[in-house]
Design a protein. Structure first.
Length: 363
């Protein structure tokens, strides 16, 4: 509703003298100044709008990966819309996305909110994800045109430098010690994220870390990212590839006694609620025998497509507590076993073919 103020003009029976007109104009001018000041005071002050966007690689299967961006409103006013921009190396791209509209121009990618997830109250956050190909990491991130870390762009508040490339020592069949040169920052370094195959496996305050629970005779790629006291992260260090010792004869018991602890899991097992892929003690087993695959005309084929890669797992059923998305390319037991392997790298997963009525296809 608008309010209209009507001014009534009173005519004087006599014209004002020049001197009186001057005094009237001066008085009117004097009244205008405090009125303008009052209007300025009546305008609500704009509270600062601040937000961050953080990236995580949820999973990696060699030829591709699942990435996730999380946008958080760290300010004191509601964020009504968000746009995240970043660059990927030439060999890395988004192949499918959910919970955001993702487009690109060459290697520059842009994600915009959908109609239902653009508004964020102070302290609220929202995530969107995508599947990608390649192995590169995002760089040059911007959220609504500002740095994704939400930090100031003023001199004296810069993100830390990249740490030195990690070096490996004390390599065994299940562990490796990593050391790296410290990063530099104008405010000081708070800690380091240690990344294995692109995923963070530890956050440490020093410049060394020993990664345990690895698989014998396996290659791992390590890099390090520094975080300063303002919680700004810098670029990742150059990566180092490490191969654990041993291998070739199967996995070793995590306890080091050389025994094999085999877990048996049938692909039809999840039709019974208690027999999910998360059942069992993953820390104690060395191998999982996944049964069965079919054999047709001398070729290995899928046994149960629904259970193998179509079934959707809820967050409560999933290995990592994350529900399957309706449009992700890989679901079912294959995806859950892949997640289990990521959490327990020492486990070897074997796929058994034939058995019962499916052995007739062996030529």
């Amino acid at each position: 509703m608008s309010t209209e103020i009507r001014w009534r003009r009173t005519r004087s029976p006599q014209s004002a003298s020049p001197g009186k007109r001057s005094r009237l104009v001066a008085g009117a001018t004097a009244l205008l100044v405090p009125l303008a000041a009052m209007v300025g005071l009546a305008t609500p002050a704009e509270a600062a709008v601040s937000a961050t966007a953080t990236y995580a690689k949820a999973s990696d299967w060699g030829s591709g990966f699942e990435g996730k961006w999380t946008v958080k409103n760290t300010g004191t006013t509601t964020l009504s819309t968000w746009t995240v921009e970043w660059d990927f190396p030439a060999n890395t791209k988004v192949t499918s996305a959910w919970d955001a509209t993702v487009t690109n121009s060459a290697n520059h990618w842009t994600a915009k909110n959908l109609g239902w997830n653009g508004t964020l109250a102070p302290g609220a956050s929202v995530s969107f994800g995508f599947n990608g190909s390649g192995s590169g990491a995002p760089s040059g991130c911007k959220l609504n045109g500002n740095p994704c870390d939400g930090g100031s762009t003023n001199p004296g508040d810069n993100a830390p430098s990249a740490p030195g490339r990690p070096t490996a020592s004390d390599i065994t069949n299940s562990s490796v010690k990593l050391s790296w040169a410290a990063a530099t920052d104008d405010k000081g370094i708070k800690n380091y994220d240690v990344k294995r195959n692109g995923a963070t496996v530890a956050t440490v305050t020093g410049t060394t870390y020993t990664n345990t629970g690895l698989t014998a005779g396996t290659d791992y790629s390590y890099s390090v990212v520094a975080r300063d006291t303002a919680d700004q992260t810098g670029p990742a260090s150059a990566a180092t590839t490490v191969r654990t010792t041993g291998g070739g004869g199967g996995g070793e018991n995590p306890g080091g006694n050389g025994k094999i602890n085999l877990g048996y899991f049938t692909n039809w097992g999840s039709y019974t609620a208690k027999n999910l892929v998360t059942s069992g003690s993953a820390e104690k087993i060395t191998h999982i025998n996944y049964a069965f695959g079919n054999v047709q005309n001398g070729k290995c084929t899928i046994g149960d497509a629904y259970e193998d890669y179509e079934k959707s797992y809820t967050a409560a059923q999933s290995v990592d507590g994350k529900a399957d998305a309706w449009d992700q390319p890989l679901r079912g037991h294959f995806n859950q076993l892949r997640k289990l392997k990521a959490q327990y790298p020492h486990i070897k997963i074997l796929w058994s073919f034939g058995g019962w009525t499916w052995s007739g296809g062996f030529g």
